[in-house]
Design a protein around this ligand. Structure first.
Ligand SMILES: Nc1ncnc2c1ncn2[C@@H]1O[C@H](COP(=O)(O)OP(=O)(O)OP(=O)(O)O)[C@@H](O)[C@H]1O
Length: 275
């Protein structure tokens, strides 16, 4: 069943990535089986059920079609959406989300959820402009949360200073980020260039578990404003794509010094999110 038909607020999809070359060379084997929406751990006999389970052979398009397409459509109806990629370091969160943009991938089949969502949403914008004469404004922002600090990945002048955006709770209890760069975008190519550029500023490092490990949580947000000038027909929505840093066992990543401090902050913030 897909997300729209179930109408549930939270859906959980699990993706099992293929074994890496390092794992294949070490003769590692996949330690779980999957059947439709269930993950089975043969050694312990434990079974877990999710809304979607994608095995090693799944591709980006399949995941996008099952989990993201409907959410993009719903933003045009004024619903906010968030996709969180959560998992152990090296499990494929950044790959699945496409947070690094397109520069990393020559093969279009490897495009992650963000580039696919961006193309779909601009197709819909064009359709609505022509067929419904709607006035639609699309903007985006890109931040990372690194060692408990927000860094605006779209503002090079503040990136290395202490003038970073701050989180504020408003009187109506909504949360806002002050001094955040929000760029107005007219087409998918420009938005993906912004994603590429922001992705290059993201903090990454090589660890024993992942040669290009994200050391921060990254949030790419697309803001929709439909007919902003109209009192009756105006709608707004946000789509957050959150690529969380991977949970890590310091014993396995062999992190020391700065990387150990990052690992502790990553694990602590994931624990708070889980709670
Ligand atoms: N489904 C997949 N198919 C092919 N390669 C994949 C897949 N998932 C991940 N990879 C590859 O595995 C490696 C690790 O993936 P990725 O960097 O996305 O992990 P991560 O979960 O974001 O890790 P971290 O939390 O350390 O940042 C990358 O080289 C990526 O290209």
């Amino acid at each position: 069943m897909d997300i729209q038909t179930q109408q549930l607020n939270v859906q959980v999809a699990v993706r099992v990535r293929p074994l890496s070359n390092k794992e294949l060379n070490a003769k590692d084997e996949c330690c779980l089986k999957n059947e439709e929406t269930r993950i089975i751990l043969p050694q312990s006999g434990k079974i877990f059920t999710f809304d979607h389970v994608f095995n090693q052979d799944s591709n980006q398009e399949e995941i996008f079609d099952s989990c993201v397409t409907n959410l993009v459509q719903r933003c045009f109806e004024g619903y906010n959406s968030t996709i969180l990629a959560y998992g152990q370091t090296g499990s494929g969160k950044t790959f699945t989300m496409g947070t690094l943009g397109l520069d990393q991938y020559s093969d279009q089949n490897e495009w992650g959820m963000i580039p696919r969502a961006v193309y779909l949403l601009f197709d819909e914008v064009e359709k609505r402009k022509q067929e419904l004469d709607q006035d639609i404004i699309i903007t985006c922002s890109y931040i990372e949360l690194y060692n408990e600090q927000i860094i605006d990945l779209l503002n090079e002048s503040t990136m290395k200073s202490n003038l970073q955006p701050t989180i504020r709770e408003e009187k109506d209890h909504t949360i806002s980020i002050q001094n955040l760069t929000q760029i107005s975008v007219m087409n998918p190519q420009d938005m993906l260039q912004i994603l590429n550029k922001g992705g290059t500023h993201r903090t990454t490092a090589a660890t024993q578990m992942n040669l290009n490990s994200s050391r921060s949580h990254a949030i790419f947000t697309i803001y929709f404003k439909i007919n902003p000038e109209s009192e009756e027909e105006s709608l707004s929505a946000k789509f957050h794509f959150v690529d969380l840093a991977g949970s890590e066992r310091l014993k396995k990543t062999l992190a020391i010094g700065k990387q150990m401090e990052e690992g502790i902050n990553i694990n602590q913030s994931l624990l708070v999110l889980g709670n």
